[in-house]
Design a binder for this molecule. Structure first.
Ligand SMILES: [Zn+2]
Length: 266
């Protein structure tokens, strides 16, 4: 049985000491591919390096995460766009990108850069349309604002993932109205207090879910509180198959098919 971790920050310092072992454990657990999001200017180089070191296994995304948006967001996006354009020209110093992200809106801690976040997200939505690469979307405490922007571009967008979904039924339904998008579900679904095990099967069809870890964050039970890693996506898969009343194999096949549909060339 093989399955995909669609969101892991494998390029971060947390994995510097034992990256080969982390990758080996992921492969042994059945993880066939790992998708690695960009978050800021520095991550462009670290994500690229990682994906050059593990071709055919780690796949790169490029984007500015909303919590990383500052006054200099225009320059950061300009640099990222140049890298994205070079990649599309087949420049040998870069890697293929499979998605734009993670990008989005996050007003959880602060609204200090609210306006900048909105502008930076909209710009990256336009990249998704131009490149027809899917969006990897991060959204916290900003669903209405985010969907308002997406709605304006919906018909031209190729689709994408609402990553780290932890909301309620109503929020799931609001996302699912965007027919080309799926929900990324991770470790939170395994937490004792989580309603996701009831809410997801109630309103989210199996063809609208992909698996993720968001490692090193959000480790699932029984690793909660520890560093998360891609191998642990198996715990998410098992939790979801139980919640949906399907076999682990069926959950793996269905989520793999969803990944193929969203990230076309993978
Ligand atoms: Zn992330």
């Amino acid at each position: 049985m093989q399955f995909i971790d669609t969101h892991s920050h494998l390029d971060t310092e947390d994995f510097m000491e034992d990256l080969p072992e982390v990758i080996a454990r992921a492969k042994a657990a059945g993880v066939s591919k790992i998708f690695v999001p960009g978050v800021d200017a520095a991550s462009v180089a670290t994500v690229k390096q990682l994906c050059q070191n593990y071709p055919g296994y780690c796949y790169a995304m490029i984007g500015l995460q909303p919590e990383e948006v500052r006054q200099d967001w225009r320059e950061v996006l300009q640099m990222m766009k140049a890298e994205l354009d070079a990649s599309r020209r087949g420049d040998e110093h870069t890697v293929p990108y499979i998605a734009i992200g993670e990008c989005g809106l996050d007003y959880y801690w602060s609204r200090e850069y609210e306006k900048e976040q909105l502008l930076a997200f909209e710009e990256q939505v336009k990249w998704s349309i131009e490149t027809q690469l899917p969006l990897m979307i991060h959204c916290r405490k900003a669903q209405n604002e985010l969907l308002h922007i997406l709605k304006a571009y919906e018909k031209d967008l190729p689709g994408g993932v609402f990553h780290c979904f932890t909301g309620n039924r109503q929020e799931a339904e609001a996302y699912l109205r965007f027919e080309k998008f799926v929900l990324g579900v991770g470790g939170v679904s395994t937490f004792k207090s989580s309603h996701l095990r009831e809410d997801l099967p109630a309103v989210v069809p199996l063809d609208r879910i992909v698996l993720e870890t968001d490692s090193p964050y959000m480790a699932p039970v029984p690793y909660r509180g520890k560093r998360n890693e891609s191998a642990f996506v198996l715990e998410v898969l098992r939790t979801l198959s139980k919640a949906y009343g399907v076999s682990d194999e069926e959950m793996a096949e269905q989520t793999n098919a969803n990944v193929r549909r969203i990230f076309k060339e993978i």
